[in-house]
Design a protein around this ligand. Sequence first.
Ligand code: FAD
Length: 396
Amino acid sequence: SRIPRIVILGAGYGGIITALRLQKELNYNEADVTLVNKHDYHYITTHLHMPAAGTDHFENARVSILKLIDEFKIDFVKSTVVQIRTQDKKVILEDGTLSYDYLVIGLGGEPETFGIPGLLENAMNIRSINTVRHIKEHIEYQFAKYKKEPRRTDYLTFVVGGAGFTGIEFIGELADRIPQLCKDFDVDPALVKVYNVEAAPTALPGFDPELVEYAMDVLTKKGVTFKIATAIKECTTDGVQLADGEFIKSQTVIWTGGIRGNRLIEEAGFEAMRGRVKVDEFLRAPGHENVFIVGDGSLVISPENRPYPPTAQIAMQQGVVCAQNLVGSIRNTSLKQFEYKSKGTVASLGKGEAIGVVGDKKVKGFWAAQLKKMIDIRYLFIIGGIPLVLKKGKFF
Ligand code: FAD
């Protein structure tokens, strides 16, 4: 009979781990595997806050896909997916069509703006190499513009919407970068304002309150002004309108307040909540035994009956089980149930500072920052072995 065709959409955390695992586990000629991704590189999303703020080069946040996969075992197609057609088991690309027997959707997420007017049009997002390159250049340009129009202090006001993981990690880097930018552009640091606006009653919802307080303390000392329990009502070309009546004049709004699944998932007709599909225990879309969904496009419910937040950590663990279940499906052997095991969470707060929870231990400050580096290095090792660690790893 014909060799089954597996198509993996997206080479993010979930997709690349699925591909690497399949490459290892499949026997010769057991399946045809094709990996599709918009870019010819995999980006290390968890690192993007640094190049966005300009505290690191974006090259350190991406890896060439062909350096990670074995081209003799996996076909890589650099293209953009435009439609998923489960009814005839096809994927429409911008420049072609692929047929599949098994599909893995790992297309990541997109910003959720909760319908807040103007946010989609006027705010920037930390999502990809392209968006972070733009954010970095935009920030520098504001300093240059201010020097030409010194009355426009709104050029020096930066607003980050959302105090979740991404917002906090980005604002830590931004606060670190500002003194250098002030030096480079001869700007008085007292004129620069950095706001972090969050609608929830606390920053870093879900984190231990003592650590949240520590994080806010560190960032406040670096010059960040927090507006917690304050919703953004509207984002205009001039700034943001807050629910408490204040209007912050700013030319730079970076929205990190929410993630939804890739729109292609809903467009394909899968039943979704905010673009995310509640997958079965084997990571399959309900009613589709040949479609697996990993990463930000999937929804996994914890034993406490709450959805796990979308993270790189869960996407990677899903990739491992997804590959196993693809092999199981092809061989007609049993499938493995997915169970998320949190290895802990560490959020960086800029250079040398972080907070985290590992098991029941809380860590903060220097040691947490070291732990963050170890987690990043471990990931490089998993996908690219020692050579990648030596090339992109940050040890200091
Ligand atoms: P992604 O990694 O988002 O990858 C999706 C891939 O699909 C991309 O390669 C993209 O190019 C491709 N793609 C998208 N659309 C198309 C299309 N139409 N056609 C073709 N290809 C397409 N999580 C943690 O666990 N720990 C952290 O410390 C952490 N820090 C973070 C810091 C920042 C600044 C950000 C933004 C996120 C962070 N996260 C962290 C969250 C984590 O990055 C995401 O949960 C994770 O990347 C989701 O992985 P994924 O496999 O769903 O897809």
